[in-house]
Design a protein around this ligand. Sequence first.
Ligand SMILES: C=C1C[C@]23C[C@@]1(O)CC[C@H]2[C@@]12CCC[C@@](C)(C(=O)O1)[C@H]2[C@@H]3C(=O)O
Ligand SMILES: O=C(O)CCC(=O)C(=O)O
Ligand SMILES: [Fe+2]
Length: 345
Amino acid sequence: MNTLSKAYEVGTTFSHNIIPLDFESIDGVPESHLWSQSDESHQKIQTNNPRDSLIPVIDLSDPCAIDLIGQACKTWGMFQVINHGVPLELVKKVEFEARRLFSLTTHEKRKVLRSPTGATGYGLPRISPFFAKCMWHEGFTIMGSCVDDAKVLWPHDYQRFCDTMDDYQNQMKLLAHKLLLLSLQTLDVTQEEINWATSTHGSNGALQLNSYPSCPNPSRTLGLAPHTDSLLLTILNQYGITGLEIFVEGLGWSPVCPIEGAFVVNVGDLLHIFSNAKFPVVYHRAVVNQSKHRISVAYFYGPPIESTLAPLSNYQDPCFRSLLVKEYIRLKATHNDKALSLIRI
Ligand SMILES: C=C1C[C@]23C[C@@]1(O)CC[C@H]2[C@@]12CCC[C@@](C)(C(=O)O1)[C@H]2[C@@H]3C(=O)O
Ligand SMILES: O=C(O)CCC(=O)C(=O)O
Ligand SMILES: [Fe+2]
């Protein structure tokens, strides 16, 4: 077993609906998607200016970028990055292809449904079984090649979609390595540990295309329920439409405003563990809106799944026990937000 998708093959299968709603054919929010106003996951906060964002914006060409990234990772577990070197043309192509996919009919999209234990394909977010209500969301997950699914969707025109997603995953991996290298240098880390986190052999990534159709009653539902991301680092593009929110202790849910050309970068569970909790993980969610069909694209970067994950060796008191990366992925798949506490020392 050496690819990320394999780590998901074994594990609990939930008898839970795995098919997104047929958003084309409904004109209200059904009971299954109505979140209670008293639910903590569903509370809102008022910011004085909805354009205000707490999360720092870091210019990668700034000579101080390393300190700024270290500071942002330690304070927020999140930052936005500009001047990152990813070609804008490719970023736009990814949005175009994602919109092309989600604008297919429900009948077409259901031909490439992710199986209940599967990793790739069209479906609901993996975290869905942990919530009583459904999310106003449909997603397409890519781990490695997406050619099999693309051939089903566009038998005579699949190459464009695959090439775009492959190029983007390569660019994302390069950026993830760059950002990990910078952030880790601000911790007491050995060269061997840096090599593990930024290894080019057997390291794993996944691309998640998220679609949040416009919603007749956005305040009564959620696009993506509160969660932390599982792998080392996530690089997200909001494509200009507000929706991502983070949970800030004492403040509540706060928006992360989209900035043109920027990516939102956040620490995942594996980096939280590896940094011995020096980098916090940030709870985040996505809200939907009434007039716009929002697309976001998230790249998740992780280390080889057969390798051992352990807190940095230079720290005297490890906060977590060590385990294989694939074991943590399975714990997360079966226990969701309880997984971290299950390995805390
Ligand atoms: C590598 C992965 C991270 C992810 C699970 C996945 O296998 C691919 C989908 C990812 C995603 C996207 C939406 C939110 C999330 C929590 C989910 O349900 O599926 C993340 C997963 C994660 O970070 O655990
Ligand atoms: O759509 C968003 O803004 C958030 C997406 C997200 O959190 C994810 O894909 O893990
Ligand atoms: Fe996320």
